[in-house]
Design a binder for this molecule. Structure first.
Ligand code: SUG
Length: 456
């Protein structure tokens, strides 16, 4: 059951990242409890990609607009060369494997699957020039993710190509003061998706200014998003003070493994579903939103007695997708881990479904391969609100249909391995297989040349 269509027929399109053929567990993400505890496990890239495609298909079948974004070229041989590894591709891989195995693992990461970190998007409805605005996230807080924004920018510019409708900004300077992790720390609150929205940016630390925020920085794990980065993105997109709220994430939550706001809160339309430990100043954040929103905010607060911070991190309850239906109700798409943890499953029934809020249905999806690296249903998608004309103006075959889903499934089954141990990443055959697969994928999606190996 899809959302209401009106006027310019704005709809939220969820662009899921297709999991790449090198999906593996390398324990690369400090502060991400799942990644830290699963490093070294054998992964199943084929299963991971098929789980992602099954989620996309289920939501498309339920009537939601579903898009797909391609994975990135991995291993990133260009990155290895820039770090001084020379010779043929085989030699570069062999030297990296013996001299710097952790660097090799980083350049093989399929982390671009988590498209909630691909960038921040402002719908045309809110931008002063009436275009949809994009800023790729610089992801500078980890080396493996810092490798993503260049290709991300190319992919977004290829798909959202029409300059009269889509505006692309450069990623922010890749330095700690402007550390940006994209839409994972950004929530747009509004009435219907086609109404004007208020943009909630959640940051973990302030880089330049002193004050109370800074004294409450996390102690154990890094805060990835800065206030300065969020402000710069809002400025790039032309958003004014009346349209924005900046709130600090609770440092205690970051120290418990909440490395992005989307691990502890999710919003959709006027609903903000959040854990009581999401924001350092809970009341101040709600008040600021209420003061700026044109429609009444519907906060759905989950207290620690109902779901502990640890359970929130383990089950990723808040990394669910909250989707609008045509009758005004909303559907929550939760990862399977929520059903496996009794307390959380009970909280969903008693607190969310039975509460006075629009959430009327829960769909459970198995995305375990991604979850073991700290990526739930909401991490796997970039939300882009588009009018009918904007959807028509997209380049390539990126909106999911039964035909495209079938072709992508066959493509995965033909090219992906079902077993990848960290030591397999040095296999030059894997690099060749990946290039063949990606070359075919760009033709299948009809998006032109976006990968370094295609650009020469
Ligand atoms: O950046 N994991 C990702 C998970 C990102 C989840 N995204 C959102 N919450 N929106 C990260 O921490 C782990 C890779 C590894 O360990 O192999 C990783 O990068």
């Amino acid at each position: 059951m899809s959302e209401t269509t009106s006027g310019a027929d704005y709809r939220e399109v969820n662009f899921d990242g297709l999991v790449g053929p090198t999906h593996n567990y390398s324990g690369l993400a400090h502060g991400n409890v799942a990644s830290m505890s699963h490093g070294g496990l054998v992964s199943n890239p084929r299963e991971a990609a098929l789980q992602g495609l099954a989620k996309m298909k289920a939501l498309m079948d339920a009537g939601y607009a579903q898009g797909v974004l391609p994975p990135q070229q991995r291993p990133d041989l260009g990155a290895l060369r820039s770090l001084g590894f020379t010779g043929s591709n085989r030699e570069v891989l062999a030297r990296a494997a013996s001299e710097a195995p952790q660097v090799l693992r980083a350049v093989c990461s399929a982390s671009s699957m988590w498209t909630a970190n691909a960038g921040t998007v402002t719908p045309s409805r809110d931008a002063p020039d009436g275009r949809v605005h994009f800023t790729p996230a610089n992801l500078q807080s980890s080396f493996h993710r810092f490798l993503e924004p260049e290709t991300t920018g190319r992919v977004l510019a290829a798909i959202f190509h029409d300059e009269s409708r889509f505006a692309h900004h450069p990623a922010l300077p890749a330095t700690p003061a402007f550390s940006d992790e994209g839409a994972a720390n950004h929530t747009r609150l509004c009435g219907d998706h086609g109404d004007s929205g208020v943009h909630l940016y959640v940051y973990g630390r302030q880089a330049f200014r002193g004050g109370p925020g800074e004294s409450r920085a996390p102690k154990r794990f890094p805060a990835r998003q800065t206030l300065e980065a969020s402000q710069a993105v809002a400025r790039q997109h032309g958003l004014g003070e009346a349209q924005t709220v900046f709130a600090q994430q609770h440092p205690v939550a970051i120290d418990a493994g909440v490395f992005h706001n989307d691990v502890i809160a999710v919003g959709n339309g006027p609903v903000l579903l959040y854990h009581e430990m999401a924001f350092l100043d809970e009341q101040g954040t709600l008040d600021a939103l209420r003061a700026k929103m044109a429609t009444p905010l519907i906060p759905v607060r989950v207290p620690s007695e109902a779901v502990s911070l640890d359970d929130a991190v383990t089950t990723y309850l808040f990394n669910s997708q909250l989707l609008s239906n045509s009758d005004g109700s909303m559907t929550l798409v939760v990862p399977g881990e929520c059903q496996e943890r009794e307390t959380v499953w009970r909280a969903i029934q008693d607190h969310l479904l039975a509460g006075h809020n629009p959430i009327g249905e829960v769909i459970v999806k198995d995305v375990k391969q991604s979850m073991r690296n700290g990526g739930g249903p909401a991490c796997l998608r970039l939300r882009v609100v588009l009018s009918r004309e904007e959807r028509t103006a997209l380049t390539g075959r990126v909106l999911l249909t039964d035909t495209l889903h079938g072709e992508l499934t066959t493509w995965v089954e033909r090219h992906y391995r079902d077993r990848l141990a960290p030591d397999d990443l040095a296999d030059p055959q894997l690099a060749d297989e990946t290039l063949t697969a990606l070359d075919e994928l760009t033709r299948l999606l009809d998006i032109g040349s976006v990968y370094p190996f295609q650009l020469g």
